[in-house]
Design a protein around this ligand. Structure first.
Ligand code: NAD
Ligand code: TDX
Length: 342
């Protein structure tokens, strides 16, 4: 493998993956295919060597462009998506278009040219798990986590379009022999994450003098993983994964939202209760938790950045040092949230 296409490589996780490839595999040429929506930013790729990374600005649903690019590559790693649950509740159409039609367009081109395809997905396709506190202490379901055998049960327009795209890939593997793997990862954090998302929103709220916002009671649990660990896992699956298989990526990082907001406040020198409760998300998933045994045992992957506190310290530092990266968007993002009572 010498050449790969990374779709959505100017977004949060995609750009971190491109940095990972450049830093660890200098022999690989990366073509980033990205539409540069509100969530994509050329700045995320600044400083990368131009002989190793090329940005093509375009839509993954543009069949002609995709066909031309795919026939010149060895593999496609597909990150591009509409990715924010709250946006999907306000306007689902771009989610259907990009996540479903976009994925369809990519896998059709990969099928035609017999190209290796890796599909980046989310744990949200499995729906949610009960909160541990709502389960009997030693009863059934305690400690249950998502595995590749968990039935799909998505809750939001976002997660249902991701689920739909996963199912297209599974069908293309079985019916057409597409050389594909799928990964479903838990919540990522780290540099370059759009400030609409929970952790960067609260960090940039504090930096802007705005009160941090917790949805509902904040009991909802997310299984946090540093985006660098997501990148190393995707690389392991791309290079060593078995065709047709699904691997779940997670680093045992379960925290409830209240704990996370309090930790951000503490690490930023604020009072731990200096946040406000706002309107809860409609259909808000309660708890996600990943069992990544298959990935660890089969491919020998291990996460490295498992100290959440120190990862948050670094992330806070990144948003503090890179205010020009997010400042111009802050007002608009917050005024849109305010319209929803959030
Ligand atoms: P993001 O919103 O930060 O970035 C998405 C990127 O895709 C942007 O650069 C955007 O310009 C690009 N894009 C959107 N529509 C496009 C189109 N039609 N054609 C070409 N490019 C387009 O998203 P993210 O958080 O980095 O997520 C990346 C992927 O990882 C998604 O597939 C998401 O479902 C998945 N994922 C995310 C998380 C998470 O915690 N953020 C966890 C698990 C899986
Ligand atoms: O201001 C906020 N306050 C708050 O309490 C925001 C923006 C969010 N929240 C809560 C909602 C969630 O329980 O924080 C949690 C995390 O929210 P998001 O950052 O919006 O992430 P989530 O909805 O969990 O989805 C993320 O992880 C899975 C990514 O956005 C998805 O792309 C990925 O598939």
């Amino acid at each position: 493998m010498k050449k790969i296409i990374v779709t959505g490589g100017a977004g949060f996780i995609g750009s971190n993956f491109v940095h990972y490839v450049v830093n660890n595999h200098p022999e690989i040429h990366v073509t980033v295919l990205d539409k540069l929506t509100y969530a994509g930013n050329k700045e995320n790729l600044v400083g990368l060597p131009s002989n190793q990374v090329k940005l093509v600005v375009g839509d993954i649903a543009d069949a002609e462009l995709v066909d031309k690019l795919v026939q010149e590559t060895d593999a496609v790693v597909h990150y591009a998506a509409e990715s924010h649950n709250d946006n999907s509740l306000n306007d689902p159409f771009p989610f259907v278009q990009t996540n479903i039609i976009g994925t369809y367009t990519l896998i059709e081109a990969c099928r035609k040219h017999n190209i290796r395809y890796h599909h980046v997905s989310t744990d949200e396709v499995y729906g949610d798990l009960p909160l541990r506190e709502d389960l009997p202490e030693y009863g059934e379901g305690v400690g249950e986590k998502f595995t590749a055998e968990t039935p799909y049960n998505p809750s939001s327009p976002y997660s249902s379009t991701k689920a739909g795209s996963d199912l297209l890939v599974k069908a293309w593997v079985r019916s057409f022999g597409l050389k594909a793997t799928i990964s479903n990862c838990s919540n990522n954090y780290g540099p370059y994450q759009h400030i609409e998302k929970f952790i960067p929103r609260q960090i940039t709220n504090v930096l802007s003098g705005i009160t941090p916002k917790l949805y509902g009671e904040g009991k909802n649990v997310r299984d946090w993983i540093h985006t660098n660990d997501h990148s190393s896992a995707v690389w392991a699956i791309l290079t060593k994964g078995r065709i047709g298989e699904t691997y779940l990526i997670g680093a045992d990082g379960e925290e409830d939202n209240k704990t996370v907001i309090e930790l951000i406040l503490e690490l930023m020198g604020q009072s731990k209760d200096a946040y406000e409760h706002v309107q809860d998300r409609s259909g808000h998933d309660l708890r996600y938790a990943i069992d990544s045994t298959k990935l660890r045992e089969e491919l020998g992957w291990e996460p490295e950045f498992t100290d959440f506190r120190s990862g948050l310290v670094d992330t806070i530092q990144w948003y503090t040092d890179n205010q020009e990266w997010w400042k111009s968007e802050k007002e608009l993002i917050e005024s849109n949230y305010a319209k929803q009572g959030q």
